[in-house]
Design a protein around this ligand. Structure first.
Ligand code: AMP
Ligand code: MG
Length: 505
């Protein structure tokens, strides 16, 4: 199948044409819903390079005009706003109907590289799926999503992007009255595992198949004409998901709400709620205030990703084989492969973080030993890996400030460093080359949670957006050490540590 064909919207000066394939799917897939107009929208930030990539001409309009567009006040010609239907397992419990309760998919554009991308407003009012919610977003979560999603992109992790952030000039009621905002999100698509669950849970096999065909045409066109396309889809989606979570692990990212409705079928990081980067390394780290049991703790993420793929597999069973037992057997095999893939993807990214290009049997142990030292000494995850390049270049690695400032008892690390250097000697690269490679994969700057909180406080309490812009600009280049950015390489003092992060609602 091809994507449902239709007319592309006529070109308007400075704006992209829309080609809304999702809106051409049957009406049970969504509810049409224009965004509501904000009282006094103001543009906070337009992601100009991304805008240009999507076919917007950032110079064609004033900030006030962009503010009106990205608040939902001025409709984009060709957009066909809708709220997508989906279900989902939330913390293990199935909810048959969730859907976009505070988001409108405006439509799809084909970017300058030929990739089809969704443009979605989040926080622009109620929809058919809002249940008791107000359909709005507070400014804090808007800023957090903007900062963290753009940082993830710069770190090389597949993710939705932030195109714009606006303030609405209105207050939203949360634990207190807070300023309201809208974020414009760009995604390969917003189809989730939960979208499949929506139809599968209703026993609607035809719609499930239609969605699967749509996803294949849009995201996995290489599977068209495959002998067992739906089994192959399970395999392909799982492969992307495992690779994605391995990348999260490699940068210390904790998603916080890995519910099936937040798992993108295209393999992008989706829905930045109570997410955060880990400071000092501990596998049990949790930030989310709503994750009391640690279901989505740092080290649980690979296992949860597999659990989520099992839920996806369940949706596909009737498409895989008319015989249920046969379908289960085939899907189980694919899920087992995915588990193996998770392990190998994780090994691969951690090898890279140690500068290892060849595979050796003991590498896993070498990695685990380093993580063990980091955990025992409560070393900062990001700075510990970053220090390796300096240690490698130094004649006296144990005297390298980058290392001694991160490891309270750096001496305890000496045998490990010696072992690592011996291992590196078996690579076809000299130290300078390896150090350079290490600095290209181990970031110096990440959006640290206490600093994100400080950015939000400045914006919400003092109307001061300078820290927000500074942070976004710094995180665009996380790998190049520079004096002006060094404040972002500081782990929190004990009293600055943020242990809980609240949901995007
Ligand atoms: P999330 O926490 O963003 O993954 O959202 C989970 C579900 O709750 C989704 O169906 C959202 O659309 C819905 N939701 C979250 N916040 C709101 C809100 N303020 N108004 C309406 N629906 C919401
Ligand atoms: Mg969500």
């Amino acid at each position: 199948m091809n994507l449902p064909a239709g007319e592309q919207s006529p070109a308007v000066e400075g704006l992209p044409s829309f080609d809304n394939s999702y809106a051409r799917l049957p009406e049970s897939f969504y509810a049409r819903q224009p965004p509501r107009a904000a009282k006094a929208p103001q543009l906070l930030r337009l992601n100009r390079p991304l805008a240009a990539e999507l076919g917007f001409d950032p110079a064609s309009r004033t900030d006030a005009e962009w503010g009106a567009i990205f608040a939902g006040n001025a409709p984009l010609p060709g957009a066909e706003p809708l709220a997508m239907a989906y279900a989902g397992h939330q913390f293990g419990h199935f909810v048959p109907q969730l859907g976009d309760g505070r988001a409108q998919l405006l439509g799809e554009v084909v970017d300058t590289a030929g990739r089809r991308r969704d443009i979605q407003l989040k926080g622009a009012g109620r929809t058919y799926f809002s249940r008791g919610g107000d359909g709005l977003a507070a400014l804090g979560p808007v800023l957090r999503e903007y900062i963290v999603s753009e940082a993830m992109h710069a770190l090389g992790v597949p993710t939705t992007r932030a195109l714009a952030a606006v303030t609405t000039g209105e207050q939203v009621m949360r634990e207190a009255f807070l300023p309201g905002g809208v974020i414009t999100r760009v995604a390969a698509s917003h189809v989730r595992v939960g979208t499949f669950q929506f139809f599968a849970a209703r026993g609607d096999v035809d719609s499930t198949r239609q969605l699967a065909d749509y996803v294949i045409a849009r995201h996995y066109p290489e599977l068209q004409g495959h002998a067992t396309p739906y089994l192959a889809l399970l395999e392909a989606v799982s492969a992307r998901q495992m690779a994605l979570v391995a990348q999260w692990m490699s940068v210390g990212f904790i998603h916080g709400v890995m519910n099936t409705d937040n798992v993108s079928i295209a393999g992008e990081t989706l829905d930045y709620g109570p997410c955060a980067f880990m400071d000092s390394y501990h596998p049990d780290t949790v930030f989310s205030s709503i994750d009391q049991a640690g279901r989505y703790a740092y080290a649980q993420q690979p296992r949860i990703a597999q659990w989520n793929m099992a839920r996806f597999a369940e949706c596909l069973l009737p498409l895989i084989d008319a015989d249920k037992d046969a379908a289960v057997a085939r899907a189980t095999e694919v899920l087992q492969e995915a588990a193996n893939r998770m392990e190998s993807e994780w090994l691969a990214v951690l090898r890279t973080k140690l500068g290892l290009q060849r595979d050796e049997d003991d590498d896993r142990q070498l990695i685990q030993q380093l993580l063990g030292h980091m955990q025992a000494q409560e070393a900062d995850f990001t700075l510990a890996f970053r220090a390796l390049a300096d240690a490698l270049e130094a004649r006296e690695p144990m005297e390298v400030p980058a290392l001694t400032s991160v490891f309270a008892e750096a001496g305890a690390l000496a045998p490990w460093l010696a072992q690592w250097r011996t291992r590196l000697a078996r690579e076809d690269a000299d130290s300078a080359e390896t150090a350079q490679r290490l600095r290209a994969v181990n970031p110096r700057y990440i959006p640290r949670n206490h600093q994100v909180e400080a950015v939000i406080t400045a914006a919400v309490e003092r109307d001061d957006f300078a820290p927000f812009h500074a942070m976004v600009e710094t995180m665009a280049d996380p790998f190049t050490e520079r004096e002006a950015a060094e404040a972002y390489a500081t782990p929190p003092q004990p009293e600055e540590r943020v242990t809980q992060t609240f949901c995007g609602t």
